[in-house]
Design a protein around this ligand. Sequence first.
Ligand SMILES: Cc1cc2nc3c(=O)[nH]c(=O)nc-3n(C[C@H](O)[C@H](O)[C@H](O)COP(=O)(O)OP(=O)(O)OC[C@H]3O[C@@H](n4cnc5c(N)ncnc54)[C@H](O)[C@@H]3O)c2cc1C
Length: 494
Amino acid sequence: MATDHVDVLIVGAGLSGVGAACRLSRDCPEKTYAVLESRDAIGGTWDLFRYPGVRSDSDMFTLGYSFEPWTDPKAIADGDSIRDYVRRTADEYGVTGHIRFRHRVLRADWDGERARWTVHAHRDDTGETVTLTCSFLFTCTGYYRYDAGYAPQFPGTDRFAGRIVHPQHWPADLDHTGRRVVVIGSGATAVTLVPALAERAAHVTMLQRSPTYVLALPSRDVLADALRRWLPAKAAYPVVRWKNVLLATANFQLSRRAPALVRKLLLRAVRGRLPAGYDVDRHFSPRYDPWDQRLCVVPDGDLFTALARGRASVVTDTIDTFTERGVRLSSGEELAADVVVTATGLNLLALGGMTLSVDGAEVELPRTVAYKGMMLSGVPNFAMTIGYTNASWTLKSDLVATYVCRLLHHLDRTGQQVVTPLPPPDGELVPIIDLAAGYVLRSIDVLPRQGARAPWRLHQNYPRDALLMRHGRLTDPGVRFSRAGTPERRTVRA
Ligand SMILES: Cc1cc2nc3c(=O)[nH]c(=O)nc-3n(C[C@H](O)[C@H](O)[C@H](O)COP(=O)(O)OP(=O)(O)OC[C@H]3O[C@@H](n4cnc5c(N)ncnc54)[C@H](O)[C@@H]3O)c2cc1C
């Protein structure tokens, strides 16, 4: 094992890592590859999160892989079905046998003389450190810490007699039947949990500091249902996928250009689903514009149904303190609770906590500039996957994997071994994740930035990005191709 070398080393066996491996085996069958995964399972997010009701909030025709049709009748799918889909795809494409589980990658060192990375991983099962080398390093490590979700410290939690749980580590023994549950949060996890818990709980209260835009969408896709009756899955899938891509792109663009109109439409739709007199302005009217933060989707309006039936309620207030019996709010009101769920978010983590060095110099991520949203200035033969935040993650992860395959072919064709992005010569740098969400803002200082213009910046617009990444030029002023042993110029901006 200590002398193992592969052409491409993928880190992470979640949706992106499995997708990257499938893409590699399809587009570059001559390349050797391995996948290092720190957990003992395939699926990443879709294996880790086990809270009641866990599901996608994107449609699966775009969250699924372009090359593997999503055939389940549900367009917005539960976590188990997504996990099965990722595993099945890994089996079908022969990826599973390439995965080395319980290998946590700690660091990777680039040696320009030999044009290869030396990658060090810790085996959680045996305690050994494993070393591999690779010509190209491809990280698909997701964007958050797996060991701990974000849990702000609330005063008085030690005297609370009930149970406090975080959705990232849902206790298998927790029975909420007939219990009073308070869910703290207003994001995708909270709006998923509330209707799911409300099916069996005595009552569920969603306690939010401020509202989020919530959009009800059908859990089934009418066009997909119709097409599947007439066409084979492989023919129906791209049609539905492109329909959804175009709708989502139009929705995002309209939100950016006419935020007041989109806001009005979103709030009108919420009003239509709630009883007359419901205080929509207080509980569902955010202070920001649509898509400044990710919109929350609720399938068939399940959240609104739970609210309308009185099985759940929303309280918009801040926490003063936990008490023995529940949570006291700044308004003085006390919410009685047997279980409190802190759906307060994630802790962002870049590159799965790995450190990188290039020819002996440590790579400081905040000083690098992302190139096409997938490579880093001054870091040779390296790509990372950060999916879209305004559309399905996989749309971008698949473009990144496609581009990596094109780069590998280009290197082989031109007899070169090394591809290194350069920083933009001047000009403005912007955050790599264009969202004002709490988990992004908390970590913005430790992430790379990106240039304000192409080729450094991606458009966050799938049709445009697809054209660029699948058919655009590989050689542009933002990247240098070279042979092994060519010294790296200073490529990190001061
Ligand atoms: C609850 C939840 C719901 C979501 N729903 C949606 C949705 O509906 N639509 C959408 O577009 N996005 C959604 N997302 C974002 C989601 O994370 C992505 O859709 C997608 O699953 C990310 O896949 P990934 O493979 O890139 O990352 P992950 O799923 O996070 O997988 C990363 C893998 O890398 C491994 N890894 C990490 N670091 C290391 C290391 N140092 N060494 C070895 N292995 C490592 C991890 O163990 C994991 O298996 C959701 C996120 C969450 C948390």
